[in-house]
Ligand binder design. Structure first.
Ligand SMILES: NC(=O)c1ccc[n+]([C@@H]2O[C@H](COP(=O)([O-])OP(=O)(O)OC[C@H]3O[C@@H](n4cnc5c(N)ncnc54)[C@H](O)[C@@H]3O)[C@@H](O)[C@H]2O)c1
Length: 250
């Protein structure tokens, strides 16, 4: 790793108050960036911003007006905020589907649309989209999430094509299960639903499709994001780095 130097760069991380977003904020700050932590949860945004010597912005990113009010004059944009809702398709609430699509597709579009002119002016920019193994594979009961992550993969590739001439790269990172509050909530839910222990949920359900039988840590994803911002990754664009323990090798 090591070669990235983000001193003098400004990075914006959505959903930076928790989990993967927090780890990315910490990692980019360690590489020298000044980090803007955007989160709906004002207290966690403030906490992480204080931890990394950055700035907090409290905003509900499923609200287009709130998104448009954010200062996107940044060099690095990390689209990370997201949530999961699990329900059979015929019972899936349409309003939850719409919110997931807004937060996880339309908002990244709006943020990148605003940030690109600034990146173009400086002839350098990095867009990193936190996708998922579900940007490449489907699972039952996750219709909105799978749809959103597939769409984000497509958006990221268009940004790569348009941005290349201006020194801007755009990539996805696509992890399988990462140990975060989002996943810990799912583990507890599934243990209740299936009447099994939390360890059994992890081993028998979550890790079943993966060859590497462990949950990832948020810092592993953050390292990949930092690498995508490094000079060594200048020709890496329009790709999706699958950090899925071999899930999609099947
Ligand atoms: N944890 C995993 O296993 C995993 C795997 C693959 C991809 N991902 C993706 O990683 C990203 C982060 O997930 P995580 O596991 O760190 O979750 P998390 O719940 O720990 O963190 C998500 C953060 O996003 C914020 N957020 C949610 N809705 C928001 C909104 N409307 N406006 C502003 N902020 C909002 C939350 O407040 C929270 O701080 C998501 O896009 C998720 O799909 C997670």
């Amino acid at each position: 790793m090591g070669a990235e130097d983000l001193r003098g760069r400004r990075a914006l991380v959505t959903g930076g108050g928790s989990g993967i977003g927090r780890a990315i904020a910490v990692r980019l700050a360690a590489a020298g960036a000044s980090v803007v932590v955007v989160d709906r949860d004002a207290a966690s945004a403030e906490r992480v911003a204080a931890e990394v010597g950055g700035t907090a912005v409290a905003a509900d990113l499923s609200d287009p007006a709130a998104v448009e009010a954010i200062d996107v004059d940044v060099d690095v944009l990390v689209n990370n905020a997201g949530f999961q809702h699990v329900a059979p398709l015929h019972e899936f609430p349409p309003e939850v589907f719409a919110t997931i699509l807004r937060l996880m597709v339309e908002t990244p579009f709006r943020l990148v649309r605003g940030a690109l002119p600034h990146m173009y002016d400086r002839g350098w920019g990095r867009v990193v989209n936190v996708s998922s193994v579900h940007g490449h594979r489907a699972s039952p009961y996750k219709s909105a999430y799978v749809t959103a992550k597939h769409a984000l993969e497509g958006l990221s590739k268009v940004v790569a094509l348009e941005g290349a001439a201006h020194g801007v790269t755009s990539n996805c990172v696509a992890p399988a299960y990462v140990r975060t509050p989002l996943v810990e909530g799912q583990i507890a839910d599934q243990a209740r639903t299936h009447g099994i222990s939390e360890d059994q949920v992890v081993e028998q359900i979550m890790l079943a499709p993966a060859a590497v039988k462990r949950l990832m840590e948020p810092a592993e994803v953050a390292d990949a994001v930092a690498w995508l911002c490094s000079p060594s990754a200048a020709s890496v664009t329009g790709t999706s780095l699958r950090m899925d323990g071999g899930w999609t090798a099947h």
